[in-house]
Design a protein around this ligand. Structure first.
Ligand code: SF4
Length: 421
């Protein structure tokens, strides 16, 4: 810590409420923050929040240094047809709706190849749960990509999709995951977590994968050597104690398995979310406020950083400016280039679908940090030093929607319209 950093941190701690000061001081000494202590931090405002943020920034510096990473990847949401009706999801369509689409496997492979040829190291594949899906569909899709594009990392299938594949195929979760791995799956997104509290889940997404099932899929994946991300979706009906209990559960899992690569806070994009737009869930908030977003990332660093050192700021959810500012509140990663984005876009996010490596490097450097491209497992592929900039064809793309397509075009064109077999 530089003298200036130490001074501002000590000054900030001097001015905050005694309990918060003591918790942060102990956290800076390496102590684990308990659920009760986290609960207090999760409500911090004003100077308490400033102190929390400064402590998070210092812990970030000690745990991962000044490097800020990003991955060159492409999202492929191969179908929006889904049998579930999660209250926060504006992406899914019923199988009878005209806007339902399903990308053929060849189109998924084509999109993956296009991304690889533009420098992507990862494809991120998640989708709805179409009715009557052939049970081995996810396995066959992973194998088709692996055979066509060996070496491209497949980061795919949420725990909800793994559970669906398992149920539809009659294979156990362990057998299904083992087959996915054998077919070339690299890592699993730790999405469909939302808030890992059954009561909250029943309010916002009744019928979704349960807390116990989510934990089973994740820990089984970890036991098989399949690493996963971890996420939280916040800014709806949950309260601060749910954030803390959610993080404490992830912390317990991580101490046991070591399988999480990162933690990604995802604030609710509310404007088109049915539970907000149609008033389906009483008391639902219109997403997280700016203060909540800062508090969430700082809290994640303080509660999780010792065991999950990578905390991601999502430019899709928070926008580029807030995501950049979160690098001073505990975050050390800006996620991916994405190329296509459907789920947040359909819910009303307005931040576009592609940010090239050059732009990500610019944000990181402007924040006074060291930009680096990583792979999915957080291995550094290239560090950009002393004004060096990426030479990526993605930065030359002027109209990403015309070049790569978009969710809006996909649902309007009817080209890949879902047909029930
Ligand atoms: S969040 Fe996933 S499971 Fe839920 S309705 Fe949307 S696509 Fe379906």
């Amino acid at each position: 810590m530089s003298t200036g950093d130490a001074g501002s941190l000590h000054t900030a701690l001097d001015r905050v409420a005694r309990p918060v000061r003591d918790i942060l001081a102990r956290a800076l000494d390496g102590a684990e923050v308990s659920v009760a202590e986290g609960d207090l931090l999760a409500r911090a405002t004003g100077r308490d929040l400033q102190a929390l943020t400064l402590a998070a920034d210092e812990l970030r510096r000690r745990q991962v240094g000044d490097t800020v990473t990003f991955v060159i990847n492409r999202n492929i949401n191969f179908t929006n047809v889904c049998i579930k009706h999660c209250g926060f999801c504006a992406f899914s369509r019923d199988h009878r709706e005209e806007e339902g689409y399903l990308l053929p496997v060849a189109e998924v492979v084509r999109r993956a190849r296009e991304a690889r040829d533009l420098g992507a190291t990862e494809v991120c594949i998640q989708a709805g749960l179409p009715p009557k899906l052939e049970g081995r569909y996810y396995i066959d899709l992973a194998r088709a990509i692996t055979q066509a594009l060996p070496g491209l990392h497949i980061h795919a299938f949420s725990p909800e999709e793994v559970l669906y594949g398992s149920v539809r195929s009659g294979l156990s979760i362990k057998e299904y995951l083992a087959e996915l791995k054998d077919a070339g799956l690299g890592t699993l997104p730790g999405t469909s977590a939302e808030i890992l509290d059954q009561e909250i889940r029943d309010r916002i997404s009744r019928g979704r994968i349960t807390v116990d099932q989510w934990v089973e899929v994740i820990t089984t994946a970890h036991a098989l050597g399949i690493r996963t991300t971890s996420t939280i979706m916040y800014g709806h009906v949950e309260a601060p104690e749910h954030w803390v209990r959610h993080m404490a559960l992830l912390r317990t899992i991580q101490k046991d398995t070591g399988g999480f690569t990162e933690f990604v806070p995802l604030s609710l994009i509310h404007s088109e979310a049915p539970m907000y737009a149609k008033g389906l869930v009483p008391g639902v908030r219109p997403g997280a406020t700016g203060v909540e977003v800062v508090r969430m990332h700082a809290l994640a660093r303080v509660l999780l950083g010792a065991v999950i050192p990578n905390v991601q700021a999502s430019w899709v959810k928070e926008g580029p400016k807030l995501a950049q500012a979160l690098l001073d509140a505990g975050a050390n990663d800006l996620g991916g280039t994405l190329i296509n984005e459907s789920i947040s876009t359909s819910a009303g996010a307005g931040y576009g679908q592609l940010v090239g490596p050059g732009e990500l490097v610019r944000w990181i450097r402007e924040a006074g940090r060291v930009p680096a491209q990583r792979d999915t497992a957080y291995r550094i592929l290239k560090t950009y030093r002393d004004g060096e900039t990426p030479a990526s064809p993605l930065d030359a793309v002027e109209d990403a929607e015309a070049r790569f397509g978009s969710y809006r075009r996909l649902i309007a064109s009817g080209e890949f319209r879902f047909m029930q077999r």
